[in-house]
Design a protein around this ligand. Structure first.
Ligand code: FNR
Length: 183
């Protein structure tokens, strides 16, 4: 019997009607039952990164974030792009891990979705740079940019484009396999 894997899912958008949050939930539905998802929705609770607060008994939301990351087998990120970059709230969660190291060797996939033709490619590339810097195990083949997301997923969060659905399923398989290899 296959081991159950804990996947921490993070949306980089704080918006109520976020297409990336909808996409994250659509992926959770597409995944096999071996993947048990926990959604991290604490982006707004984290203080802005400040090295002065980056101490053993730091802010409680930071401790909570680090514990949840530590106890996950893998990570799924779905994110928009703002101003050609990573949303500040999402970059902030990564900054809190640079010195503490909970992302070390953790299988991670990043999906950037945008209504634009570029699919959030700059945010995607920038996020991968930071994840590699903190030694996450970035699963490059499982990472995707999705242009024209509003044509590929409806307002109820149903993927209506079969190519996109297959690509997302493949990403999840890659994540599951990498997590299983870790044992
Ligand atoms: C955007 N958007 C955007 N899209 C993009 O592909 N590249 C970009 O640089 C930006 N920049 C940007 C700045 C600001 C201030 C806003 C409000 C929007 C559009 C963005 O992709 C779109 O609003 C998405 O719907 C946001 O993602 P969520 O919230 O739907 O997940």
């Amino acid at each position: 019997m296959k081991k159950e894997l804990n996947i921490l899912a993070i949306s980089g958008s704080l918006r109520n009607q976020s297409s990336n949050t909808l996409l994250m939930h659509a992926m959770i539905k597409l995944a096999t039952p071996n993947l048990r998802f926990e959604v991290y929705d604490g982006l707004s609770d984290l203080p802005h990164f400040n090295p002065d607060l980056d101490i053993e008994e730091g802010p409680v939301p930071v401790q909570n974030w680090r514990e949840r990351l530590e106890h996950s087998d893998g990570v799924l990120i779905c994110t928009p792009e703002y101003g050609n970059g990573v949303p500040g709230a999402l970059k902030n969660v990564l900054d809190w891990i640079v010195s503490s190291g909970e992302w070390l060797n953790k299988p991670t996939i990043v999906i950037a979705a945008s209504p634009s033709p570029m699919g959030g490619d700059k945010a995607h590339a920038s996020l991968l740079l930071t994840l590699k810097m903190i030694n996450a195990q970035v699963l490059q083949e499982g990472c995707l940019t999705i242009p024209y997301i509003t044509l590929k997923m409806n307002k109820e969060g149903v993927i209506i484009d079969s190519k996109t659905q297959h690509a997302l399923q493949k990403s999840l398989t890659i994540l599951e396999e990498a997590c299983n290899l870790k044992g």
